[in-house]
Ligand binder design. Sequence first.
Ligand code: KIV
Length: 261
Amino acid sequence: MMRKITIKKILSKKKKSPIICLTAYTKNVTKIVDKYCDIILVGDSLGMVLYGMKSTREVTLDQMILHGKTVKKFSKRSLVVVDMPFKTYRSKKEALNNAKKIIKETKCEAVKLEGGTKIINIIKHLISNKISVMGHLGILPQSIKGKFKSKGKTKKEKVKILKEAKLLEDAGVFAIVLECVETTTSKLITNSIKIPTVGIGSSVYCDGQVLVTDDMLGLNKTNIRFVKKFVNLKKIINEGVKKFKKDVLNRKYPTKKYSYN
Ligand code: KIV
């Protein structure tokens, strides 16, 4: 029998075995990544990846719920975390209503919110109402206007992120995503807290790694430094589509095998 990954299991991986996390938004991708992941993140990156939006700020609660429902339905093993989109957690009341709605409708195990000090009371409120929360520090895409720049390079930033990581740990989040955090800072944070860090562009010293699946499969055009293309799916899809076109033009498809007699 397939064992479902729990938050307890994620916590137990700290310093023992790297946590594997990828994004998924759809049925087919979920069924594949579920076999390999500890955590599936229904990230609000779906705004850009699926819908061609300019930023995650345009993503709605309904979109997150729709995709969260699908991912949860087709994942058997991984812990499913759904991002709370921009402007859905501006007050304790708003955050609790929306987090409850996400969990009730998708049946996901946890939600992820971006930020540290500014939203600490909101995170505490969710946790005291039995909502499991994953934190997110470093680059916060929902707050960014303009270019992405790595975080934690200066002494001031290093101290700030470390302080925020400790605040999140004390508030009770079960793990923290560190996005584009400079190597010595992500190492320091990972060694200073008891909960796991899951890095994206934040060095090998994190307790786990997350990537946007479409990026690591080579489907998304991106030149972000930390994105390794583990396969060039765009090339493979192009070849398939080209062959389909050629066969149709040459009346080689459908042959008898693919027709009803
Ligand atoms: O939205 C997302 O996919 C994320 C990851 C990049 C961590 O938050």
